[in-house]
Design a protein around this ligand. Structure first.
Ligand SMILES: [Fe+2]
Length: 382
């Protein structure tokens, strides 16, 4: 007997519905320890439930699940296989269920592009929100030329936005050597034949100083990256990594990477040298909170929670709001800062491997990449 067709929901559609605040319920049927590594968290109205498949099939009735009968249920598993059986099981019991195509593996790849008001000199500013990781890349356009910032390894969403904007990429930049995801900057440089800019200090292994094997164009403090009729000015803001940079555009927009987030700052321990990098971060941080203008719009490379979004669902805030609301900005001195940093839970073990892969010292297969990157970022301190 042929299996009945299973109604599916593409992860992009699930993201759009959750982002729009539609009443979609997510039923994750993976074991609890899998959830701990990462789960769907998007949307302020997210109704999230967890029950393993085996528990589900043994239930005498579905009342105990607490599902809202009036709203569809998106069933998610690891790769979109076991969610199919669970979806049919729910459908046979009258619930409007859908299996999320590709499961969490697919969810962690998708990117939601969101347009922001472009600053003077730019025609477009798009925040590329990788919702499964809380990672933010950017596409900036001016006079038909584009710069790509902090892309992940899945470049198709970037290619689609570039096509939409009718823009030709001129450069790709990593604000720092990432630890929580595999950079797509090298692949973007090859694909579009463009330079890959990275600070010189981030081209070496932080663990033993081995030179990386990356065809990068090194940038430093005060350098300028030009595209269209505008520029990005490089400000060296080390501490999260030795080569962390902030890119400052005209009109007071700053792409801060993992230096300043909306609700935290980037942790200084991911290179295994917290004792050395912590005080460096403190100095960068002290300078930024003293010197950065209040109307500077901070657009970071990460977020950790839905409360870091504005009303338009983008992640970012003016310095004056960050000075007021970001707990890091209430820290009085270097000692208090060191104690706060020390409270940061240890990072995932995979971050060391990712860092080495990101400077070209390790090759990672797609299957390994999926495992290494699983779950939301843990790049924030505190
Ligand atoms: Fe980072």
């Amino acid at each position: 007997m042929p299996r009945p067709a299973v109604p599916e929901l593409a992860p992009e559609d699930l993201a759009r519905r959750l982002d729009d605040g539609e009443p979609v319920q997510v039923l994750d049927i993976r074991a609890a320890e899998r959830l701990a590594a990462g789960r769907v968290t998007l949307g302020e109205r997210l109704a999230f439930k967890n029950v393993t498949g085996s528990t589900l099939y043994a239930l005498p009735d579905l009342g105990g699940l607490g599902l809202d009968p009036g709203a569809p249920v998106a069933v998610i598993c690891g790769h979109g296989n076991s969610s199919q059986r669970a979806t049919l099981f729910l459908r046979e019991r009258g619930i409007t269920a859908f299996s999320v195509t590709g499961g969490m593996a697919a969810w962690e790849k998708i990117v939601v592009p969101r347009r922001l008001a472009p600053p003077p000199g730019m025609s477009d500013l798009v925040q590329m929100d990788r919702v499964g990781k809380g990672a933010l890349g950017y596409v900036l356009a001016s006079d038909g030329e584009a710069v790509i910032l902090d892309p992940g390894r899945h470049l198709e969403p970037y290619a689609a936005v570039l096509r939409d904007l009718g823009a030709t990429p001129r450069a790709v930049v990593d604000t720092h050597a990432h630890a929580d995801y595999l950079s797509g900057a090298g692949a973007a440089a090859r694909r579009w034949g463009i330079p890959y800019f990275l600070h010189e200090a981030d081209t070496r292994s932080p663990f033993d100083d081995t030179p990386g094997r990356l065809p990068v164009r090194a940038v430093g403090d005060g350098d300028v990256i030009a595209f269209g009729r505008t520029t990005l000015r490089v400000e060296h803001t080390p501490g999260h990594t030795l080569g962390s940079i902030t890119l400052v555009a005209a009109g007071g927009v700053a792409f801060t990477g993992d230096f300043v987030f909306v609700q935290s700052i980037g942790r200084p321990d991911l290179g295994g040298r917290a004792a050395e990098w912590g005080p460096i971060l403190w100095r960068s941080f002290e300078r930024a909170r003293r010197e950065w203008p209040g109307d500077r719009l901070v657009l970071p490379a990460h977020y950790a929670a839905e409360n870091e979004r504005g009303a338009d669902r983008t992640v970012g805030a003016r310095m004056e709001a960050i000075q007021r609301e970001n707990p890091a900005f209430r820290i009085a001195d270097a000692d208090e800062f060191a104690r706060w940093i020390a409270r940061t839970p240890p990072p995932p073990e995979s971050y060391r491997t990712i860092k080495l892969a990101n400077i070209g010292l390790l090759d990672v297969s797609d299957a390994d990449a999926e495992i290494l990157e699983a779950g939301a970022n843990q790049c924030a301190a505190g």
